[in-house]
Design a protein around this ligand. Structure first.
Ligand code: M6R
Length: 364
């Protein structure tokens, strides 16, 4: 049932405020000041290193989480694609927690990587959408993301629910490791509780995204740029777009631009810049200006403050509500999804069932 939407993907994009709210009610304590995790979950105070492993969109959720765990919880994180991790035979020492993220819980490479770590006696945690899946069953601790059934092959609500649960884990780790006091944690959780309302404002920008997408649909190649937390989000935006619109898209950390990809810039390759007005904004803007100076056509996804500061010369803008810096990846996922969705519609592709792809990749 598409709930009145044209595609499951549109329905699932629209469900995000609700399902994120569900995940928050599941994990927050009754007073809303702490995060409740199962007893089997190791205390992060005794953890030396976290290994995050996944495929596709779930991998980009892991890359985002690395920024959170390292900055907020001061916990060293290794993040890898499951198909690389499993064959690299990496050392997994005592004191390592291995965490696997998977919507389906059946992805063959992620499951194999999990088994590799379980054999090495690492504590295995999974963040999954399907609680009865193989990955959930074989984990020491399985944490549900509570996104509900996701039908569209392009993952949307599972991604933002994965981010929500991973952010909660990073906050819990910060608290247990002494980098966040009880009041600071409560403040962050209260900001998180206002997120579903903020996401609704982003969903309301759908018409603007559709207009931009009509232009993107004319391109053969599209570049996504972002820094810090917006870098993994840029990668997710590029994946979403190529999956369903079949337009070649790739993402770069904006600081890497002058190390090669700037040679590609011309007026025919649109550049989507994801940049809330955060601490790294000025750096991203200077990269964006380098693109525009070479005739590149920029779509800037930012907030009111960012628009006021850097809107000049930009071809298109999508204006997001203001949000706490650490929560920006969850919010900016929405315009990334909308751009991909409407570009695919403009191209006339099969949005929910794109060619050559399966919802669950159970063979390697
Ligand atoms: O079920 P999983 O989360 O383990 O799936 C991982 C990837 O196959 C998946 O995220 C894929 O990249 C999606 N089609 C992305 O939209």
């Amino acid at each position: 049932d598409k709930g009145g939407h044209r595609h499951f993907m549109a329905k699932e994009i629209a469900e995000q405020p609700h399902v994120i709210g569900e995940a928050l009610s599941h994990y927050l304590t009754a007073d809303g000041r702490d995060i409740a995790l199962p007893d089997t979950m190791p205390d992060f105070a005794g953890v030396d290193r976290l290994v995050l492993v996944a495929c596709g969109t779930a991998y980009f959720a892991c890359v985002t989480a690395k920024y959170w765990f390292e900055r907020i919880a001061r916990l060293p994180v290794e993040v890898d694609i499951a198909s690389e991790f499993r064959y690299r035979e990496p050392p997994v020492a005592d004191g390592t927690v291995a965490l696997f993220v998977s919507q389906s819980g059946e992805t063959a490479d992620t499951l194999a990587a999990l088994r590799y770590c379980a054999d090495k006696a690492a504590h295995v945690v999974s963040v999954v959408n399907v609680p009865e899946s193989s990955i959930a069953r074989e984990s020491g601790t399985a944490l549900p993301i509570l996104a509900g059934v996701e039908v569209g092959v392009a993952s949307t609500k599972a991604f933002t629910c994965q981010l929500t649960v991973l952010y909660l884990l990073a906050l819990k780790a910060a608290r247990q490791r002494g980098h966040l006091d009880a009041d600071a944690l409560a403040d962050r959780l209260s900001a998180l509780r206002s997120l579903p309302g903020i996401l609704n404002h982003a969903l309301a920008q759908d018409r603007s995204a559709k207009k931009v997408a009509r232009k993107l649909a004319e391109a053969d190649d599209i570049l996504f740029l972002g820094r810090g937390l917006m870098y993994p989000l840029a990668m997710e935006g590029a994946l979403k777009l190529k999956e369903i619109s079949y337009i070649h898209a790739e993402a770069y950390a904006s600081g890497e631009l002058k190390h090669g990809p700037i040679a590609l810039i011309d007026k025919r390759m649109p550049v989507v810049v994801m940049a809330p007005r955060d601490a790294l904004f000025d750096k991203t803007v200077s990269n964006m200006q380098e693109v525009m100076a070479r005739g590149g056509k920029v779509t800037l996804v930012t907030d009111e403050a960012g628009l006021a500061e850097a809107g000049d010369g930009v071809t298109h803008t999508l204006v997001m509500p203001t949000v706490a810096d650490d929560l920006a990846p969850i919010l900016y996922a929405i315009p990334a999804q909308q751009l991909a969705y409407h570009t695919a519609i403009a191209k006339g592709t099969d949005v929910d069932q794109p060619r050559n792809l399966a919802k669950s990749v159970t063979v390697e």
